[in-house]
Each structure stands twice: as C-alpha cells, then as structure tokens.
Design a protein. Structure first.
Length: 344
C-alpha cells in the first residue's frame, strides 16, 4: 500500500468525516479499498474508493433497528466515494453473496487501513457466508454488464430486426433467475419471441404470451418490471455521448469479466480473493479497460469465461444456503464485545 494514500485517509481534511462521525470513528472495524485499487487494475488516474464496516450501537443491537441506510459519502468534485455499512446492514448482503459486499472481506491484507479484532473475525470466517447463491448473484451482476455491451453494439450497427433480437436475448437472460426469485411457474407459461410487426419503423418486434393462473400479482409485477427495465436501458442508448459511452462500456466489460473470474474462483475454491493475483488475468482486465481488445476477441473471452462459470456452477461443493447457525453465532460474539466494552 502506498504510504501517501494511507496518510491522506487518516490525515487529510476530506476524510475527516470518518473520525468526526460518532457512529464511525472508533466503531469502524474494517476499512479497505473498493473499485480498481481493490482489484489490482488501478492506474495513476484511478479514484480512491473506500469500503468499510462499522459496529452497531447498543440501541441498534438491542432494538434490532435495521431501518437506517448505509452511511454513504460521495463528493463528485473531489471524486470521493466512500461507503461504510453497519454490521447489521451488511450481514444479509454477505449471506446473499452480493458481489459489492463479499469482496470487502477478500481484499489483500495490506489493503486494509483498519482491521480490528472484530473485523478480522469477519474476514477470517468469510466462508460461512458462501453458498450456491453466488451463482445467481454474480451471474446477475455479470448479465447486467453484458446487456449493456450487447445493447450498445446492436444500437450502433445492426439492422432493426437484429437489434430487436439482441434485446430479446437480454430479456431471456433475465428469465433465468425468475424461478429462484419469484413464485415458481411452468416455463411454457411465459413465452417471448420475435414476430412481424405492424409498427412503421419495425420489421419485427418482441411479443409475449402469458398464461398464468392464480399467480401472485406482486411477483408478476416484479418480473414485468425487470423485463421493462431491459427495454428502458436499451432505449437510453439513443441519446448518448458515443466517445464517453465507449469508455464506460469498456469499464462494464472489464467488470463483467472480473465478476466471472471471481465467481468461478469462489465456486471452485470456496475462497474470496478480491485482488486479481494472476498476472495474466490482471493484464487482460487492464487491456479491456484501456480499449486494447477488439469486440470479436471480447466475445471469445466472454464465451470462455461463461463456459468456465457454468462448469464451476455445476460442480461446486458449496452448500445450497449459507450457514446461518454459524453466522448468528458470529454476530452474537461480535455484539457481545460491544456490550461488554460499554459496561467497562
């Protein structure tokens, strides 16, 4: 870790909020890099993103007050991006293998600015949070990045019919996780397909056949909202700065590949390693971000990692669900320390 970065975090005015806020300060049990620094693909222009965990107050512990949002601090002018979660807030995210939070416990040792006894307990026991939920969580995030890539390329260069087909494939990817997130239904009950359109500017468009009986309305609304979001995101690409979008697009592609890499590793090793130690992998991610790899090669890379992810998913030894007995024991152990300190 560069000494000047550590000194800046602990001594500079812009990070003073960490030490002035009573809910943070000495209650922070873990503070580490987020973003490109955490993954090992940063350059001299990379922003410093921080991610952390702070202990809950005795009031929050005893009343189980979970209503507060994570403490978020963003300063666009100074490019400051810091998010600190309370322990209660992050535990469910960890148990769901949320990529943005599980990686907080997998950073390199030298990347932790703060790692208290309680923080080390969490980090050392990251395995109890891991389960096959990583399949849907990592694949879900990766799919959203892939959708951006497919939609942008389709919008730029393909005939209307092919553009519509790309959007259809994006929506079908959303259907994959519906069976796990909503009340189960017969797959034949929801059919999406292309057919001739009567709209003036369309050759073909997406149609849907829905045959659902006694199905929860809220679940159906959720599914429709997710499919609608794909169309909405696709249409947003009409009014974009192409050069700026290309830079963002490559960042999304890099994120997609990194998520697949990390997900494969978790499924195969039951370990979380946020920093891409493999020099070949790290160089690949950097080259993608720097736009040094063409789309055809990117397609091959994505296909390769998707196949590896599918294989790892089908052969993983991770349990179906996280070990909630051990998670609860861990929370009790940590929260007891908070209460004991307050009484001393």
């Amino acid at each position: 870790m560069e000494t000047n970065i550590k000194e800046e975090i602990f001594n500079s005015e812009k990070y003073k909020f960490l030490w002035d806020n009573k809910k943070l300060n000495n209650n922070i049990i873990l503070l580490t890099f987020g973003g490109s620094h955490a993954h090992g693909i940063n350059n001299k222009n990379s922003d410093i993103d921080l991610r952390g965990i702070t202990l809950n107050s005795i009031d929050e512990i005893l009343t189980m007050n979970l209503r507060n949002k994570p403490y978020e601090f963003k300063d666009k002018e100074k490019k400051l991006d810091t998010v600190v979660y309370t322990l209660m807030q992050i535990v469910n995210l960890l148990a769901n293998c949320n990529p943005n939070t599980i990686e907080i416990l997998g950073c390199k040792d030298e990347h932790y600015f703060i790692l208290s006894e309680e923080g080390k307990i969490l980090k050392d026991n990251v395995d109890i949070f891991l389960s096959k939920k990583v399949i849907n969580s990592f694949l879900g995030y990766a799919t959203s990045q892939l959708r951006r890539l497919q939609n942008a390329r389709a919008r730029d260069s393909y005939p209307q019919k092919e553009k519509e087909n790309h959007m259809l494939n994006s929506i079908k990817r959303q259907l994959v996780h519906f069976q796990n997130h909503y009340t189960k239904y017969d797959k034949s009950s929801l059919k999406l397909y292309l057919d001739k359109s009567e709209k003036e500017d369309f050759d073909e468009e997406i149609f849907v056949d829905v045959v659902l009986k006694h199905y929860p309305l809220r679940d159906f609304n959720g599914m429709m909202s997710e499919m609608t979001n794909v169309i909405r995101d696709y249409n947003k690409l009409n009014n974009r700065n192409k050069k700026k979008d290309e830079e963002h697009l490559m960042k999304h592609v890099s994120t997609l590949v990194r998520l697949l890499m990390m997900g494969i590793e978790i499924l195969e090793t039951k370990k979380v390693n946020t920093y891409r130690e493999d020099e070949k992998e790290r160089k690949l991610l950097i080259n993608i971000r720097n736009e040094k790899i063409g789309y055809n090669e990117i397609d091959e890379i994505i296909d390769e990692y998707e196949q590896k992810f599918d294989y790892a998913s089908n052969n993983t030894e991770l349990p179906d669900l996280p070990d909630w007995d051990k998670i609860n024991e861990l929370m009790i152990e940590i929260n007891k320390k908070v209460i004991e300190r307050s009484n001393s």
